[in-house]
Write a protein that binds this ligand. Structure first.
Ligand code: SF4
Length: 218
């Protein structure tokens, strides 16, 4: 499957896989994290394989999503992750524009390189890049797995400071590596959910808990 697709939702609707309204495991400070459903890539070892299929999860208008972010207390920004945020670039650019007007920052994880996104010369990609402070680009590559880059899974993935908002963090070795890679575990409806970049043992723990839940017929 090529990348140049998009979920066929139009520019006003988002297909949301998950959200956490307050997390310290998906970027600088406390953030709202929004996972979108659907990604054309199939990176071996992807820690969100259930978010890859282009199927309908929770459809929400971009204004509703923006309002939810803006009424979430104690956050300094939002992180878009997935799934592939640039597959829903049009609607996400609108959300990002609204929340940045209110002073929040925007961070995005994409499986594409920034060069490829720019080369595509697509208005929706450009609009989303214009509203992005911090971009982590490139697919997760299992053989390049690293555990000492905070928030980031493999060594090929790059950090792009698209505005000065996080200029003080440009020294990744100092500002980023100072904090170890972070994960958070939550119990939601009897199921363990994990965010951050978990290592394989933690993913196995989560999978085991889901199996227990299913075996219990919940
Ligand atoms: S680009 Fe990201 S979400 Fe898509 S398959 Fe790769 S690791 Fe998973």
């Amino acid at each position: 499957m090529g990348f140049e697709g998009t979920t066929l939702l139009g520019g006003d609707v988002l297909n949301v896989a998950n959200r956490v309204r307050w997390t310290e495991a998906e970027g600088p400070g406390a953030r709202y994290a929004l996972w979108v459903q659907g990604c054309p890539l199939r990176c071996p070892g992807c820690c969100n394989p259930h978010m890859l299929e282009d199927r309908e999860e929770r459809l929400q208008g971009w204004e509703e999503v923006a309002d939810d972010i803006l009424t979430s207390p104690g956050i300094e920004g939002v992180t878009f992750i997935g799934g592939e945020p640039f597959w829903q670039a049009d609607a996400l650019a609108k959300v990002a524009g609204r929340v940045r007007e209110a002073g929040l920052s925007v961070m995005i994880f994409t499986g594409q390189t920034i060069e490829r996104l720019k080369r595509a010369e697509r208005e929706d990609y450009d609009a989303l890049l214009e509203q992005t402070d911090l971009l982590i680009d490139g697919p997760f590559v299992q053989k390049l797995l690293v555990n000492d880059r905070r928030w980031i899974g493999s060594s090929n993935q790059r950090v792009h400071f698209l505005t000065d908002r996080y200029a003080h963090m440009k020294d990744e070795r100092g500002a980023w590596k100072a904090g170890a890679n972070t994960i958070e575990l939550r119990m939601v409806g009897g199921e363990v959910t994990i965010n951050g970049f978990p290592d394989e043992s933690i993913v196995a723990l989560s999978a085991a808990s889901i199996r227990v839940k299913k075996a219990a017929g919940e």
